[in-house]
Design a protein around this ligand. Sequence first.
Ligand code: E4P
Length: 217
Amino acid sequence: MDFFLDSADVETIENMYATGLVDGVTTNPSLIAKSGQNFFTVLKQISKTVKGPISAEVTATDSKNMIAEGKKLAKVSKNIVVKLPLTQEGLIACQHLTKLKIKTNVTLCFSSTQALIAARSGATYISPFVGRLDDINENGMELIREIKTIYTNYQFKTKILVASVRNIDHVRESALIGADVVTIPPKIFEMLYEHPLTEKGLMDFLNDWKKTKQKIL
Ligand code: E4P
């Protein structure tokens, strides 16, 4: 399973990319607004560091302008993936950009039938938002299971990119289900390392090592 960072904070992305565990990045208009930076500047800076897919979202709502924006975004770097909302216009734009060999990430997916029509439209990635479903008392991970079944049934090539990740369990369950990618906010990414027994075990080893008065270097 690939790990993407769900962030538009260039410094954070650079620091976390250095771990060797980040395969790509997803951004959205809210994350760009939070960064306080120019969209194209942010994308150019991210693409200097990140060699894997970088999702950049269109803001037009009609297919003609989505296609125009998508073409412009794709020119920023060869690893830009054009993010399109899961609307009728978004899927028309998806089909068009796919024909032009521009990669797409169909976002704001909240049902398995939406995921089905996105795959039929040739999406490179589908982004189901698990956290936002949990927020309204639905089961986000159940949606991932359904999409996995449907995509396996029909051997769709569209990759399942689990989005709106709120906790470590979302990452764990994504891996158990066999999702292709999970996009993780930086604070959750850091939690992937953490376990109280790791911390305690390390303290115990280091204390015992001190008692030996030895050095490795
Ligand atoms: C994914 O591509 C989206 O940018 C993101 O995961 C949305 O997450 P949120 O529901 O925490 O805003």
